[in-house]
Design a protein around this ligand. Structure first.
Ligand code: GDP
Length: 451
């Protein structure tokens, strides 16, 4: 396999840049450009050691810096790796890289170092995906989930289910191949409990997915209500600072403003929308359309009403619009004398608050946790990083369920075996142990060059 090189740090000016070389010729090429100060010989450096020196090409000193050597298989890629750190200027870094190319290294493709790590058994496919997620993580939850994935938690769970399936396949094969032997532990009845157990474990992994996605990505939430009910005030109170413009003139919030609010361990991606009401004003009309769109797209709507006034036509319009959408009714202005008829809100979660005074806001957080079934999760569940993994697990569950039905209906063992085989294959595809090139290509296409 070719020796490849790339700049692993971002293409921007910074204190330090790092150029990574990986492959059989990595150390030889590094030795040609990197001249240690002192007596160290690059070719004789041990793995996991570092030396200070200058970077020279064609008789010209390009920079000084550090060389770190990792020897196969104890490196990120599993191959010999040389990493040169030089000063973080764009031009100098490119010059060093060009020198390395001139000496025989080839440009590394996006994600190639991690792909090589996967090929050399240093990482499972799920762990490689976790590396991409660590790089792209925008918040604490996403980072935690990615790190758990990288530690291989999900991999171990999936692997243990696929091992059980392979064991069942072995038992069925023994039963079919040696019909005359007395193999009670291998018969169709005997493997049923094992299959039921696999089914349950897969179901649990899948059910954790939704909760996990919420911890990773947050809940998109629209704050809706007619003008002046106190949506912006509520949003600001929840966020603890002024974000939307609050005035007492109706219709001041014309854009959809987005903010992120932490509720317990969950991020609410809040959208404060223009008030819902019929309007002749062009800008307001656009705002109202955006509000309707935000309600349609949100996973949760906080429908705000003014408790100090009777329910108006616009309020009724909002109640109509949020039918079928997960929502919480927030009756605001609880500090004023109440005129709203609460009996009009049947079978919904109704919270009475005063955004102005900051009263009752915690109830909103509690309701969100309750509504999304997050209360049971004191920690982050181990979840799939992406739909690819989820779909593999769904497929495995489908085949295991079909195998259980087939066994119960007394179908041929051949038919059952094929179904269990398919289930095992789906899990091996998830972990990458049996992934096609297309799947692997797709996974690594999400990486940046240099990783
Ligand atoms: P929006 O149009 O729904 O975004 O409403 P705003 O947040 O701009 O609030 C409209 C008016 O209602 C402002 O004068 C707020 O100060 C006032 N307001 C908002 N929440 C409360 C509340 O809980 N109690 C009282 N008394 N006034 C409030």
């Amino acid at each position: 396999m070719a020796t490849v090189a790339a700049i692993s740090t971002p293409p921007a000016v910074g204190g330090i840049s790092l150029i990574r070389i990986s492959g059989e010729r990595a150390i030889e090429i590094a030795a040609k450009v990197f001249h240690p100060f002192g007596s160290t010989e690059v070719a004789k450096m041990k793995g996991h050691t570092c030396v200070y020196g200058k970077i020279v090409y064609g008789g010209e000193t390009l920079d000084d810096g550090l060389l770190t050597v990792f020897l196969a298989p104890r490196s990120y890629t599993g191959e010999d790796v040389a990493e040169i750190s030089c000063h973080g200027g764009i031009y100098v870094t490119r010059r060093v890289l060009r020198a390395i190319y001139s000496l025989g290294a080839e440009p590394a493709q996006a994600g190639e170092f991690t792909r090589r790590a996967f090929m050399n058994g240093k990482l499972s496919l799920t762990q490689a995906e976790a590396v991409a997620d660590i790089i792209s993580a925008e918040g604490e939850n996403a980072l935690k989930s990615a790190n758990m994935m990288r530690d291989g938690e999900l991999f171990r769970k999936i692997k243990s289910v696929s091992d059980s399936l392979v064991h069942v396949l072995g038992s069925l094969a023994a039963w079919t191949d040696y019909p005359d032997e007395d193999l009670p532990e291998a018969g169709p009845e005997a493997v049923l409990p094992a299959l039921e157990d696999c089914k349950q474990r897969l179901e649990k992994i899948i059910s954790d997915y939704d909760a996990g996605m919420i911890f990773r990505e947050g809940i998109s939430c629209a704050i809706a209500g007619r003008p002046n009910v106190g949506k912006s005030t509520l949003m600001n109170a929840l966020l603890g600072y002024e974000r939307s413009i609050v005035t007492s003139a109706a219709g001041t919030t014309r854009d959809v403003v987005e903010e992120r609010l932490k509720v317990g361990d969950v991020i609410l991606r809040l959208r404060d929308t223009a008030g819902l009401r019929d309007s002749d004003n062009e800008a307001e009309k656009i705002g109202v359309r955006l509000a309707e769109k935000a309600i349609g797209e949100a996973q949760l709507v906080l429908a705000v009403f003014d408790g100090s006034e009777p329910l108006s036509e616009s309020d009724r319009l909002l109640l109509e619009k949020i039918k079928g959408v997960r929502h919480i009714v927030v009756i605001n202005k609880g500090d004023l004398p109440q005129k709203i008829d609460k009996s009009l809100f049947s079978d919904e979660i109704i919270l009475e608050v005063s955004a102005k005074e900051g009263d009752g806001l915690k109830k909103i957080a509690d309701a969100v946790y309750e509504m999304f079934g997050l209360s049971g999760y004191s920690q982050h569940p181990e979840v799939f990083a992406n739909e690819r993994q989820k779909l593999c697990c769904d497929r495995a569950l489908k085949y295991v369920s079909e195998a259980i039905s087939a066994l119960s209906l007394g179908e041929t063992l051949d038919a059952v075996t094929v179904l269990i085989d398919c289930a095992a294959d789906a899990l091996l595809e998830l972990t990458g142990e049996k992934a096609t090139d297309a799947v692997v290509d797709d996974v690594f296409s999400r990486f940046c060059v240099g990783k």
